[in-house]
Design a protein around this ligand. Structure first.
Ligand code: SIN
Length: 558
């Protein structure tokens, strides 16, 4: 720090500088796993996080980690079957090699986490074999869990404790604003702001985005307040490409709370995995006849079915359906987090149906990276929800996200160490602070209303163009000089990118449901201009607008 500064200086000039080999943006499972591995490899790491170190999305994950453990799995299950289920859920848009590679890394990642102290629920008291549950889209019981339905919290606890033991430096309550780049375009650090907008600079030859998702694009989400798409926006502004952003997964069951906004409590899919069923207000099954897996169909299918049923308003109810978990014995012990959230509303799942509704949950797309986190921009890496490795395609398989964070977090640290060793990364001393004066910032409330109404489950050309108009009308140009403005600018840019991709994809696939194009368009391999079994790349134009590249550039082969 350079001593006292005036408010104006604080807004315009970095008042402190730090240096590291690797700066990690975000302290969820991918970020902390990467930071720990990078330190083991001898790198100087700094973690920068918007909240406190344990405030990321990871701790809200309930259901578990999907993994097929050696000698500890359902008869006939295999890593290959887990990969097949992932590909099926991804609706033709996964990258086959990425899926097989990441899923195959799961057992070792879980073994390392257990060695680091994570405690998963045993199959029976006193046994070492782990309990396994099932979630939507899985053909076997292969989801391990902790604390009943508090798996993310246990993963986060383990990693935070280890990072503390290892004295990994963490800069809490700071938001990453923009990448610092050399004249040749290499990323060599980031600018950051604290709570009060006081700017700082972290110079590092490698920057890892592990900043999570974008659920705050919508009024109702399972994500925490910090999930505002900042990493995606930073990557776009740094010259990276993003893909598959139109595929926002809506979790079928968050707890319905009349009038509530923001983060809503999740009702884990594992509740259905253990026998609960979805009904409308007349008692009719929501999922009967919709999919062979019934209530355990992949998430996109269940969320869309609930949305259709709510639109029909059976029994006069159009904002939720009911999850009947009364047949699950010992509900409070098996699902303590869900039980506690229900109790706040006076609901006892042992006796009462749980009112549930879909809400924004997970970004299946993100910054285009290899399976070890390299983006197309030298020095910029991404891992976890902010990255698009090709694992999720058009719809993520349940409980694959903690797994991806563990596997990709370790691999990206190893990629950074290798890139540093070969001397190919940029020199932080040559970094030039971005001179961008202002960026477009839309009003958050107007954006969330428009996105929730027109760009959630069930989109059409007209509605998507309304979102575009709402964004245009509410946008002002602003410098990125407070954390709130950085977040709102990110939401604005990501909404623009999502709407552009959703408007061009004239079909329904996975999480992207077009009411004006209700069919999936798979005319591959004949392939004509309307065949959609391919991803869409987005980058920023020189004037800062998200532009779609030729979709064939990211073609994936079934
Ligand atoms: C859940 O427990 O239903 C959510 C876990 C996930 O998103 O994979």
């Amino acid at each position: 720090m350079t001593g006292p500064v005036t408010a104006l200086q604080a807004k315009t000039h970095p008042v402190w500088e730090a240096a590291a080999d690797l700066v990690v943006i975000g302290s969820g499972v991918a970020g902390l796993t990467a930071a720990l591995r990078a330190q083991e490899l001898g790198l100087h790491v700094l973690v920068v996080t918007k909240g406190a170190v344990s405030d990321g999305n990871t701790r809200w994950a309930q259901g578990g980690i999907a993994v097929v453990l050696e000698g500890e799995h359902e008869q006939g299950d295999s890593v290959g079957k887990h990969a097949e289920d992932t590909l099926t859920a991804g609706a033709g848009l996964c990258d086959d090699d990425a899926v097989r590679s990441i899923i195959a890394g799961g057992p070792a990642a879980v073994a390392r986490l257990r060695a680091a102290g994570a405690r998963f629920d045993p199959a029976a008291a006193g046994r070492t074999e782990l309990a396994r549950t099932r979630e939507g889209g899985h053909s076997a019981f292969r989801v391990i869990h902790a604390g009943g339905d508090a798996t993310g919290a246990e993963v986060e606890r383990t990693l935070v404790a280890k990072a503390g033991d290892r004295r990994i430096p963490v800069l809490e309550h700071h938001i990453a604003v923009d990448a610092i780049r050399t004249p040749a375009g290499e990323v060599v650090g980031v600018t950051v702001l604290d709570h009060d907008g006081v700017p700082g600079v972290v110079r590092a030859p490698a920057v890892l985005l592990a900043s999570g998702g974008l659920g705050q694009l919508y009024h109702a989400t399972s994500n925490p307040e910090i999930a505002t798409g900042d990493g995606l926006a930073l990557a776009l502004r740094a010259g990276a490409q993003v893909a598959d952003v139109e595929f926002v997964q809506f979790h079928p069951t968050v707890l319905f709370t009349p009038g509530a906004r923001g983060r809503l409590p999740l009702v884990t899919e594992a509740v259905r995995g253990e026998g609960a069923t979805l009904h409308d207000a007349t008692g009719a099954s929501v999922m009967r006849g919709v999919h062979p897996l019934g209530d355990l169909a992949p998430r996109d299918v269940v969320s869309a079915a609930i949305t259709r049923r709510m639109a029909q308003a059976p029994g006069g109810i159009d904002d939720h359906v009911l999850l009947d978990a009364t047949g699950i014995s010992g509900f409070a012990k098996r699902f303590p987090t869900v039980h506690a959230a229900c109790a706040v509303l006076g609901i006892d799942p042992a006796k009462d149906p749980i009112p549930v509704t879909p809400a924004a949950h997970f970004a299946c797309g993100g910054v285009v990276t290899t399976v070890d986190g390299r983006s197309g921009v030298l020095g910029l890496y991404a891992a976890g929800e902010v990255a698009r490795t090709g694992l999720h395609g058009a719809n993520r398989l349940a409980s694959n996200s903690l797994l991806e964070g563990l596997v990709a977090g370790r691999r990206v640290a190893e990629a950074v160490a290798a890139d540093l060793a070969t001397g190919q990364l940029g020199d932080p001393r040559r970094g030039v602070l971005a001179s961008r004066a202002t960026v477009p910032v839309a009003d958050r409330d107007a954006l969330q209303r428009a996105m929730s109404r027109y760009a959630a489950i069930g989109r059409d050309a007209e509605g998507l163009s309304v979102v575009g108009s709402v964004l245009d009308l509410s946008m002002v140009e602003s410098p990125l000089w407070t954390p709130r403005i950085v977040e709102d600018a990110a939401l604005t840019l990501v909404a623009e990118a999502l709407v552009a991709a959703a408007a061009r994809r004239t079909e329904s696939r996975g999480c992207h449901v077009r009411t004006d194009f209700p069919e999936r368009d798979d005319s591959f391999p004949e392939r004509d201009d309307s065949a959609w079994q391919r991803g869409q790349l987005i980058r920023l134009s020189p004037s800062g607008q998200p532009v779609l590249a030729d979709p064939i550039a990211l073609e994936v082969v079934a």
